[in-house]
Write a protein that binds this ligand. Structure first.
Ligand code: ACM
Length: 706
């Protein structure tokens, strides 16, 4: 029992003798304290199960040990058949896993995921009320491994942890661009690492119907170009997810976003066909006819089949962006609205949802839908997923619905991780009652796939989704953005080790983009340059490229990844100036490096042949950005800017920020801030530092007019 006493001492030790209090674990645990000492990780590392054990937990331990073997090069003890040799005696094991109860084989909303971890110089003790909690704790332990000249080790530490929200999801859209099973599986591995527990599969949309239907086979046969999951594959995904403590919630979007259904079954639509798979992105008119009984007979059959295939009690019916155009143009549908006193198209949509909810209830499912389905007639048990704005979540919770937040977690829009990280489902300023707050189940990152293929999707999901996962798991007070980015760097390496391609795809993509005539030094310059570039943010990409399933996503915007580190480094330096912590001239080194990098691209651009024009333009913009910083530094010394100066600065900034092939320099926002700081510099004397900062931010980013 010696190790127990040591563990207790470790748990009581406050602070960290001789050690910085940084814990490179993401999501950050609820509570932790470093103790002195460390546990050596050697080839003798053994595991013992005390208490309950499940096949999922045992498999998770096997994956964890393999991950550590890959990092350390050690070979842990194995049986003659090649499986890991589990110790029989807790006294002599390195890792003791003690789970009080077996978690259900299929994870359920609200299963206890808490755990505690105590590491002493002698042993790791992982305790949890359920085997699923033990799996979450294993993911934490995996991230604690360190090395120095003495070898591999885990620091002595005591951790107590449990999730803040029970619904922590990632939506993957497999409809717009098909994402085959290997994409789903590796992202499930990433989710397990980030302690996410819901995979929301967006399985049908105008551009594709992606599940085999045995009862209505023209759905996948005519609506998918042959790109769909067989039912066997769906079962495989569900099992793979369940083994990692992740639920799978299917979404079949209806009544809008459903043109692909009508290719094989045009009689479902509200206007005569024929229909074809939609190839472009946007909101389209085709919509299911909710006035015909044949529609409900069809959906009863379809939902009966799909609710049996997907075992989770929650079933998503979409319900978003129904523009009502086909309904308004159809006299019989408008007559139906009148006859049934449904008032308008919204009333008809609510009628449709009630009918679908009845079917789902009979099939034993809870309905989930986007916030457009919120309506006074919708039963309170329906779960609302809020995407359109911060008000949607509160409105649904006030109306008595369980809610999930996705507004602010749209990772497909390529915003920085910091924006998502500071988007809290329950900010301290929220006006909900305790009862209403309890209805907020959590949130989901949404990976819509208009602009993502199997080759690029990982780099759109990761590592930023790990920051969202931390927001949903860790206490609200864990909100230091710089610390988050430090942890995110570690998390990103762990995700690569787990098989995600967000870092490793870049090299071959860039090589293909650059073409066969690129020289090694040209490719190196391009690699550095692309790190300065980001895909345009928000819904702007369709403004620069003709978005469709036919456009190969292999251009500059696809090689570039969101949340550029180079851009962030400059933004931090500008912040230091605005916060009075650095002299404006500290920015000179950035301008110098941009000039050099821009010149290298100019030298090598011709090697890229047809890509040369866009690279020349962007590198000229980077060189001009360097010159612009120089001009701004001159401005800091002089009088407050006049109208003419501001106008020319704005024109120049716009030119510097101009996207090429939907990719833009990642330094535009901090340059805006710097422009405001330069123009307002003389007023600094008359204001408090806080007032001045506020003025600079307001000048750079004026609040949008309502
Ligand atoms: C959505 O983004 N239309 C839910």
């Amino acid at each position: 029992m010696r190790f127990r006493i040591l563990a207790l001492l470790a748990a009581l030790a406050i602070g960290s003798p001789g050690r910085a209090a940084e814990l490179n674990v993401m999501p950050l645990p609820e509570a932790f304290s470093f103790a002195s000492g460390r546990l050596a990780v050697t080839r003798e590392f053994t595991v013992v199960f005390k208490g309950q054990k499940t096949a999922a937990l045992e498999a998770a331990v096997g994956r964890a040990l393999r991950r550590w073997e890959e990092r350390t090069g050690l070979v842990f003890p194995r049986t003659p058949t090649g499986t890991y040799a589990f110790a029989a005696d807790p006294e002599h094991a390195t890792l003791v896993i003690d789970s009080a109860a077996a978690a259900p084989e299929l994870p359920q909303l609200g299963v206890d995921e808490s755990y505690s971890l105590e590491v002493t110089g002698a042993q790791v003790s992982l305790r949890a009320p359920t085997t699923l909690g033990a799996q979450r704790g294993l993911e934490t332990l995996l991230q604690l491994l360190e090395s120095d000249s003495q070898g591999w080790s885990v620091p002595a530490i005591a951790i107590k942890d449990h999730p803040r929200f029970p619904w922590r999801g990632l939506l993957i859209d497999v409809a717009r661009h098909w994402q085959p099973i290997e994409v789903i599986k590796r992202n499930l591995d990433g989710m397990a690492l980030a302690k996410l527990n819901v995979l929301h599969l967006h399985l049908s949309d105008d551009q594709g119907f992606r599940v085999e239907s045995k009862t209505l086979p023209r759905l996948h046969a005519q609506g998918s170009d042959g790109h769909y999951f067989t039912q066997e594959q769906i079962r495989e995904i569900i099992a793979y997810a369940a083994a990692r403590g992740i639920r799978v919630v299917p979404e079949f979007d209806m009544p809008g976003h459903s043109q692909s259904w009508f290719v094989g079954y045009p009689e479902l639509a509200s206007a005569p066909g024929p229909y074809q798979i939609e190839r472009h992105w946007g909101v389209f008119n085709p919509v299911t006819d909710p006035t015909k009984e044949t529609t409900y007979a069809f959906l009863e059959k379809f939902l009966g089949e799909m609710t049996a295939l997907f075992p989770d009690p929650y079933f998503h019916i979409g319900g978003d962006e129904n523009n009502g155009v086909q309904w308004s143009a159809n006299a019989a549908i408008q007559a139906f609205i009148k006859e049934h006193d449904l008032k308008n198209n919204e009333g008809l949509h609510a009628y449709f949802n009630r009918r679908i909810q009845k079917i789902l209830t009979a099939d034993g499912k809870n309905l989930v839908g986007w916030d457009e389905i919120l309506h006074p007639d919708l039963p309170a048990s329906a779960v609302i997923q809020s995407w359109r704005g911060p008000k949607g979540l509160a409105a649904a919770a006030e109306a008595g619905h369980p809610v999930i937040l996705s507004n602010g977690y749209y990772i497909d829009l390529c915003h920085p991780a910091a924006d998502h990280y500071l988007n809290d489902p329950l900010p301290s300023t929220n006006a909900l009652t305790a009862e209403q707050q309890a209805r907020v189940l959590g949130g989901e990152a949404t990976m819509w796939a208009e602009w993502a293929t199997p080759e690029t999707i990982d780099s759109r999901i990761w590592p930023r989704t790990a920051a969202i996962a931390e927001r949903l798991w860790s206490p609200a007070k864990v909100n230091d953005v710089d610390a988050m980015y430090r942890r995110l760097d570690y998390a990103s390496q762990r995700l690569t080790e787990a098989g995600l391609l967000h870092q490793t795809q870049l090299a071959p993509m860039l090589r293909r983009y650059a073409g066969d005539a690129i020289t090694p030094s040209g490719l190196e310059a391009l690699r550095e340059f692309v790190a300065f570039v980001q895909p345009v943010q928000g819904y702007r990409r369709g403004g620069y490229q003709d978005g469709s399933q036919f456009l190969a996503l292999t251009g500059l915007a696809d090689c570039a990844t969101p949340d550029s580190k180079a851009g962030r480094a400059f933004a931090r330096a500008v912040d230091a100036v605005v916060n009075g912590k650095a002299d404006p001239h500290s920015l000179t080194r950035f301008a110098q490096s941009w000039r050099e990098l821009g010149a290298r691209i100019q030298t090598h651009a011709a090697e890229t042949g047809a890509r040369a024009a866009e690279l020349k333009s962007l590198s000229e913009q980077l060189i001009d950005a360097a010159a612009y910083v120089g001009d701004l530094l001159g401005k800091f010394a002089s009088a407050r800017a006049d109208e003419a100066w501001l106008k020319s600065a704005s024109v120049r900034l716009e030119a510097i920020s101009r996207p090429q092939s939907a990719a833009e320099l990642s330094i535009a926002e901090p340059l805006k801030l710097l422009t405001a700081a330069a123009s307002e510099w003389p007023r600094r004397e008359k204001l408090t530092p806080a007032e001045w900062r506020e003025l600079v931010h307001r000048t750079a980013f004026p609040p949008e007019k309502p």
